[in-house]
Design a protein around this ligand. Structure first.
Ligand SMILES: Nc1ncnc2c1ncn2[C@@H]1O[C@H](COP(=O)(O)OP(=O)(O)OP(=O)(O)O)[C@@H](O)[C@H]1O
Length: 248
């Protein structure tokens, strides 16, 4: 079963206790949004989950496997996918080439396998099907550097999907997108969440309330409210700390 469970994660920077006993459980089929004011500790938590930062204590379980002590790349190998705020797209390669390169990298390809036709076919098929999955089939042969910002976001998601993740970490996927581009991405993520559960850090409340079945509100590193969007909207702690007038 695809799921992510984090149990009592803590992280301090010197005297600053940022993540405080954070626990979240995200089962199969679910998009969980993490929201909170600037400086609440959202990025820190994402970095702890992805492995960029080691937690001081707590556990991270992916499909029941404890990945708390794995490196970033070992977590990716274990099935933890993520989109990066710093793009991993190669701008002078086409969209399809970017996906094919990612597919090859994921497959652990090396020169000694070069020329294995069936293997190349499989990688090309994976690149092509991912291209279609993220709605970029018509843009296959465009240089990635010539794409719009919204298309780049779709390609970044495609690069994560090539690795066939069991779970996706999405760090502000809507950032910088216009309304139309944002809607395309929301629709795509809504389709994907049925097969790949996801944790979404996002400031765009419309996107959150369209996508997330459950929400955690993080304030000063601790979760002050957790539940469905409606429960969180109704939570006095969340309203006081974060949602304010938007919750009305
Ligand atoms: N490497 C670090 N060293 C020291 N303090 C840090 C470090 N990284 C983050 N912090 C501090 O931890 C707190 C939480 O920061 P974090 O970036 O996780 O918040 P955030 O919720 O992601 O904020 P934003 O919404 O603005 O991105 C802040 O007070 C920040 O200054």
């Amino acid at each position: 079963m695809n799921s992510l469970e984090i149990r009592k994660l803590n992280k301090s920077f010197g005297a600053l206790h940022v993540s405080r006993d954070v626990s979240v459980s995200i089962p199969e089929g679910e998009c969980h949004a993490l929201i909170g004011p600037n400086g609440a500790g959202k990025s820190t938590l994402i970095h702890q989950i992805s492995g960029v930062l080691r937690s001081d204590s707590g556990q991270i379980l992916l499909d029941g496997q404890d990945i708390s002590n794995l490196s970033v790349s070992a977590r990716v190998q274990a099935g933890l996918g993520r989109t990066f705020q710093i793009t991993s797209v190669l701008p002078s390669f086409t969209v399809l080439e970017n996906l094919a390169i990612a597919a090859q990298a994921k497959s652990g390809s090396s020169m000694r396998f070069f020329g294995d036709a069936s293997r190349e076919t499989a990688l090309n098929e994976l690149a092509q099907s991912t291209l279609e999955r993220v709605g970029l089939a018509k843009r296959a042969h465009i240089r990635a550097g010539d794409m719009s910002h919204g298309e780049l976001r779709l390609l970044e998601l495609g690069l994560a999907l090539v690795a066939k993740p069991k779970f996706l970490l999405l760090d502000e996927p809507m950032a910088g997108l216009g309304r139309a581009e944002g809607m395309v991405l929301v629709e795509l993520l809504a389709e994907l969440r049925a097969s790949i559960p996801m944790l979404l850090v996002e400031h765009d409340m419309d996107a959150i309330f369209q996508l997330a079945q459950t929400v955690s509100v993080l304030v000063e590193g601790g979760i002050v409210a957790q539940g469905t969007p409606d429960e969180v909207r109704a939570s006095p702690a969340a309203r006081a700390a974060y949602l304010g007038g938007d919750a009305e």
